[in-house]
Write a protein of this length. Structure first.
Length: 297
């Protein structure tokens, strides 16, 4: 095992439509994509596509959607460890004008305890706060064994405060800040006080506000992707997480600013494609993005 990612799994149905029908109305979409979904799940696929396939502990049911998901994971050589649920989870996503509306159908009523895994060889853990007991268990275990721990803080979840005590890298959303009732800057100071070594807040077109250890907060500007190239922003944050974990695994002694620059390029690539699988970048894609799109600062 090179790395372990933990999160809720989805099958995403992403579609482009000018209208959302109501009542007895019908509409025909211009395009659609069906792929894997979920925060840490998408990050795991990104890491695998870039060249390092992690293990994935996620929700799994005994139904045809889960079989579809397993086929997707096998394509990228991602080992699956199941947290058993009755039904697979679905997301219906409608991107439009740089935003995205989402309807989720989620089963997170876990039928059995999460599996105990052998972490031999593991160099990094990435969690999104879903499957909270498993996330906390493995974060504690990784901290004990000196394995890097990373959190996708898309939202404040039931044990986020306790989980942060065992997190080395936490990159959170503006929603996370709002739920704490703090500004982005105050949120970063909160993370620093919790012992998080590298913390950041993703701010879309404004880029990443972040710190490392005791250094002052600084900004990494976003890349300028022309508006007519932006097709689907869903999953861009998840792509960012998967790419910086990959960058760390590929170069554990590398600078975090360089890891985040690579992740920035991955997100800039992803928003130009419809659906999570089509948006997965290769290393060559990242090189091309960094050459072709300047930073917005």
């Amino acid at each position: 095992m090179k790395a372990l990612f933990i999160g809720q799994s989805y099958i995403d149905v992403t579609f482009l439509s000018e209208i959302m029908p109501e009542g007895d109305e019908k509409a025909i979409a211009q395009d659609y994509a069906v792929s894997f979904g979920g925060n840490a799940v998408t990050a795991a696929f990104v890491c695998a596509k870039l060249g390092i396939a992690p293990d994935l502990l996620c929700s799994m049911a005994d139904d045809w959607l889960s079989r579809m998901f397993r086929d997707m994971a096998a394509k990228y050589s991602i080992p699956i460890h199941s947290c058993k649920v009755k039904e697979s989870s679905l997301s219906f996503i409608m991107p439009k004008d740089g935003k995205r509306a989402i309807v989720r159908c989620r089963d997170n009523d876990f039928l059995h305890p999460f599996p105990e895994l052998n972490l031999a060889g593991c160099q990094a853990l990435h969690v999104d706060g879903h499957i909270p007991h498993a996330a906390l268990h493995y974060a504690k275990l990784c901290r004990k064994h000196g394995i890097l721990t990373s959190l996708d803080g898309g939202a404040v979840r039931e044990n986020t405060e306790e989980l942060l005590d065992y997190i080395d890298v936490a990159i959170v959303s503006e929603l996370f800040c709002e739920q704490l009732g703090k500004s982005p800057e105050d949120t970063l100071e909160y993370l620093r006080a919790k012992g998080v070594k590298v913390g950041g807040v993703t701010q879309g077109e404004q880029g990443l506000l972040w710190y490392e250890d005791k250094c002052p907060i600084k900004r990494l500007a976003a890349l300028k992707v022309p508006g007519d190239r932006v097709l689907d922003t869903n999953g861009a944050g998840d792509t960012f997480h998967g790419a910086y974990v990959y960058a760390y695994l590929a170069d554990p002694k590398g600078a975090w600013e360089d890891h985040f620059k690579l992740a920035r390029a991955a997100s800039a690539h992803a928003i130009q494609f419809l659906g999570n699988e089509a948006s997965l970048p290769t290393v060559l894609d990242l090189d091309n993005v960094q050459k072709n799109f300047p930073a917005s600062d």
